[in-house]
Design a protein around this ligand. Sequence first.
Ligand SMILES: *Cc1c(COP(=O)(O)O)cnc(C)c1O
Length: 390
Amino acid sequence: MTKQFNSKGDLAHNGAPPAFRDPLHVGRPNIGDRDHFLQFADEILKRRWLTNDGEVVRSLEKEICKLLDVRHCIAMCNGTIALEIAIRALGLKGEVIVPAWTFIATAHALYWQGITPVFADIDPATQNLDPVSVREKISPQTSGIIGVHLWGRPAPIQELQALADEYGIKLMFDAAHAIGCTYNGQHIGKFGACEVLSFHATKVFNTFEGGAVVTDDDELAEAMRLMRNFGFAGYDNVVYPGTNGKLTEVCAAMGLVNLNSLQNFIECNRQRYEAYLGALNGVEGLKLISPCGTSTPNYHYVVLVLDQQLAGQRDELIKTLHAENVLARKYFWPGCHRMLPYREGAPWEATNVPNTDDIARRVLVLPTGSAVRLDDIFTIAEIIKCYLAN
Ligand SMILES: *Cc1c(COP(=O)(O)O)cnc(C)c1O
């Protein structure tokens, strides 16, 4: 079967060179002003203050508080440790409800705190937690809910808060995808007891590796600061069995530099999202997930959802894209509940999350961001259209 994607040649797997000489990755890092960063790094070396609550970390925390309109930002070495520390500081135990459709770290952070993640299903229209499924999963052991703002789209914040209040359990959010997004005019970061950010290299805003918990709760913030630094309350005075969750100065410098460019990164993403939307407009059998009305997005993930009748071709479409050096991903296939650590053994092996199972078969995430040119997007769309036409 010969597949043409343009007038010039066959698709790569038929012997022609790939459409792109250099691979286009999902999640290529956004990098702000290099000179500014290098100057910053030089100053840090001159000061010989590399970590431990340094001035650059403090000013990054202050800037994030300003940006998100929160009282406290506790910067951490990565988003996963930030999740663990938030989970511990909130006193979660027993069982905690999370979506089955999320990055595995949401579940692992609970597991590492000796807590059973209980997987709830998603609403297929939003790919976020379905409050009806959450209610079904609440048991006498449930101590909390972690909502995830998947793809930067807000979780059903009000419904989850109402459930948490009704059952007297805690609610926190994994906002790893959602820096720069708003919900009803408020920044993501202000909801639940606290929200956790990831500043990993692949996220819209990065500090190489890094993360933070943001909260308006003074006591919770204090507890997390202690936990982040081995439980030290002062010299020679350990008051809690803490861990090491500290962010380094050079990472924080990357953060301050990238924060200056965050609006540019988001604008760049928006243009690429619009380009995909235009180029794939009218193509039968697929759609891009769109921003929801009550929210401003950061457009960091371009998520293509195939219709039911195309579900069986998703993997072949990905193979075709890969052959052209378009390294699309099938995040978060096959869902947390089907990953080895969670599918084996009680009590969560019998998870019933049909919408997650369905969406997991039909999603692919396309390359975007500053490393992808607008022109490239038309070529990617041509590859997809050509695949579907054959
Ligand atoms: C990236 C991510 C995390 C983990 O953050 P790291 O900084 O990589 O540890 C957690 N949850 C979600 C939804 C993520 O996408």
